[in-house]
Design a protein around this ligand. Structure first.
Ligand SMILES: Nc1ncnc2c1ncn2[C@@H]1O[C@H](COP(=O)(O)OP(=O)(O)O)[C@@H](O)[C@H]1O
Ligand SMILES: O=C(O)C1=C[C@@H](OP(=O)(O)O)[C@@H](O)[C@H](O)C1
Ligand SMILES: [Mg+2]
Length: 176
């Protein structure tokens, strides 16, 4: 019984790789952002518009609390999940946490045409990504049980790397 949690920056491939990882392991996949959208009936940019980032973070924490109670699941988080101490504690205690580490330049290329990430709708998204990366990389490392370099290789290759590396991770998250 394992709750696998993918963390990393916007564009790291958490949603894409997570889906494939869950399919291979034959367990349920949940994307925290998609679950929030399904629950509220509105898009992530709309939540940011109406409730601000603070409102979105509140919903994210509630959803993470719910999802991490499931015993067999792969969870793709949103890139900012590590910004609150509650979320960091929760992930460390309940899951095996995998950091997909991708260089800012690659993140920029992967997200530049996407309008669904409100934090990147700024004049200089490349610089924004660099700033966020610098601020968040230490937080991702703080909670990660496993760090995977995710800048090269297709999602299938990422999944194989994760599966290999997981064999060496000895962690038994608490049962809720
Ligand atoms: N390993 C990869 N190689 C190339 N492109 C990728 C890879 N992983 C994800 N992508 C692409 O990058 C974009 C962002 O991926 P996504 O899974 O949404 O990232 P995240 O959920 O971490 O923000 C998507 O267009 C996706 O197809
Ligand atoms: O990095 C962030 O703060 C965010 C990342 C997004 O998810 P992805 O990492 O899947 O893009 C989404 O949760 C929201 O736009 C905020
Ligand atoms: Mg995603």
């Amino acid at each position: 019984m394992t709750c696998l949690i993918l963390i990393g920056m916007m564009g790291a491939g958490k949603t894409t790789v997570g889906k494939e990882l869950a399919r291979r392991r034959n367990v349920r996949f949940a994307d925290c952002d998609h679950e929030i959208v399904a629950r509220t009936g509105v898009s992530v940019p709309t939540i940011f518009e109406i409730e601000g980032e603070t409102g979105f973070r509140r919903r994210e924490t509630l959803m993470m609390d719910e999802l991490t109670r499931e015993p067999d699941i792969v969870i793709a988080t949103g890139g900012g999940v590590v910004t609150t101490p509650e979320n960091r504690d929760l992930m460390r205690e309940r899951g095996v946490v995998i950091y997909l580490n991708v260089p800012p330049q690659v993140l920029f290329e992967r997200t530049r045409h996407d309008r669904n990430r409100p934090l990147l709708q700024v004049e200089n998204p490349r610089q924004r990504i660099e700033e966020l990366y610098l601020a968040r990389d230490p937080l991702y490392r703080e909670v990660a049980d496993l760090i995977v370099e995710g800048g090269r290789g297709n999602p299938g290759a990422m999944v194989r790397m994760i599966e290999n590396a997981l064999q060496k991770v000895k962690k038994t998250p608490c049962v809720r």
